[in-house]
Design a protein around this ligand. Structure first.
Ligand SMILES: [Ca+2]
Ligand SMILES: [Ca+2]
Ligand SMILES: [Ca+2]
Ligand SMILES: [Ca+2]
Length: 180
C-alpha cells in the first residue's frame, strides 16, 4: 500500500503526466510532452536524436501501459496509476524500471550534457510540464543538496529514490515534480 504521503506524490505526478489535462494519462500526453521537450531543445524532426528520443518516449509509454492499464482501454485512470505507483515503489523488480526511467529523465534535463542540472535547465523542464518558472526557482535550491549550483546525477538519484520511497515529509526529493 502507498502511504498517504506517497499517494499524494503519485497523484501530483499523475497531473504532471496528464499533459492535456483530461483526467487520464494516455499516449497523447506522451506525444504532447515529447513535443514540448523537442521544442525546448530545438530538435528537428527526422534527425537521429529526435528519432531516438521519440522511441524512448514511446517505449516508456508502452512499459507504463503494460503494467498499469488493467482495464485495457488505452488510458491510465488515477486509480490504475496509484496501483502502478505502489508496485513501482514497493517491488524491487519494478524499481529497476524506475532507475532506467530516471536515467532517461536525467539525460532529458541535462540539456548541455555537462552532467548536472542547472537552474535554467530545471526551469526548461518546468515549462515543458506546464509548471511556472517561479516555482522552479523556489524549489531548485532544496534539490541542490550540496549547494554547488547544480543537481548532479548522484543527487538526482537520491531525489528520485526519495520521491518514490520516502515517507518523510521533509525529504527534499518529494518536491522534485513540484508541490504535492
Ligand atoms: Ca491526458
Ligand atoms: Ca485503463
Ligand atoms: Ca547541464
Ligand atoms: Ca549539487
Amino acid at each position: 500500500m502507498l502511504t498517504e504521503l506517497q499517494a499524494r506524490k503519485w497523484t501530483r505526478l499523475f497531473h504532471v503526466y496528464d499533459a492535456n489535462g483530461n483526467g487520464v494519462v494516455e499516449k497523447d500526453d506522451y506525444e504532447e510532452i515529447f513535443q514540448n521537450v523537442v521544442a525546448s531543445r530545438n530538435l528537428i524532426s527526422g534527425t537521429p536524436e529526435y528519432d531516438r528520443l521519440y522511441a524512448e518516449f514511446m517505449s516508456d509509454w508502452e512499459e507504463l501501459r503494460k503494467d498499469a492499464d488493467k482495464n485495457n482501454n488505452g488510458k491510465i485512470e488515477l486509480s490504475e496509476w496509484l496501483e502502478h505507483g505502489d508496485r513501482r515503489s514497493n517491488n524491487t523488480e519494478m524499481y529497476q524500471t524506475v532507475l532506467d526511467l530516471a536515467s532517461h529523465i536525467f539525460e532529458l534535463l541535462d540539456l548541455n550534457g555537462d552532467g548536472a542540472i542547472s537552474l535554467e535547465e530545471y526551469k526548461t523542464f518546468y515549462r515543458s510540464w506546464r509548471l511556472s518558472e517561479e516555482l522552479a526557482a523556489e524549489i531548485f535550491p532544496k534539490l541542490d543538496l550540496d549547494d554547488d549550483g547544480g543537481i548532479s546525477k548522484k543527487e538526482f538519484m537520491v531525489l528520485i529514490w526519495q520521491f518514490h520511497h520516502s515517507d518523510d515529509p521533509d525529504a527534499p526529493g518529494n518536491l522534485f515534480f513540484g508541490p504535492y
